[in-house]
Design a protein around this ligand. Structure first.
Ligand code: SF4
Length: 87
């Protein structure tokens, strides 16, 4: 079971926010259907055995951030969402 351990997101309290150097990731556990797309595609960021289970700090290059965006886009219920940093 995936647990929420990120920061509270004031705009959407059900979403936890996990911050990274280039992009942040938010997660709503109520929407997750445990398909495993995220952990299979990018286990260095999505690891249910780690705390926090989402670690966007690994996406520290533009290429890795783009890959993370692609992985998040495969979440079937939009439980994961990319939170872009302000320009
Ligand atoms: S891809 Fe989305 S629905 Fe699937 S396990 Fe990850 S967060 Fe949950």
């Amino acid at each position: 079971m995936i647990k929420n351990k990120g920061k509270e997101n004031m705009q959407d309290p059900k979403r936890k926010l996990y911050t990274g150097p280039l992009v942040d990731v938010s997660f709503d556990s109520d929407l997750c259907i445990h398909s495993g797309n995220c952990v299979r595609s990018m286990p260095e960021i999505f690891n249910v055995k780690a705390r926090p289970w989402v670690n966007p700090s690994v996406a520290d290059t533009a290429q890795k951030a783009d890959f993370l965006r692609n992985v998040v886009s495969t979440c079937p219920r939009h439980a994961l969402r990319i939170e872009e940093h302000p320009a």
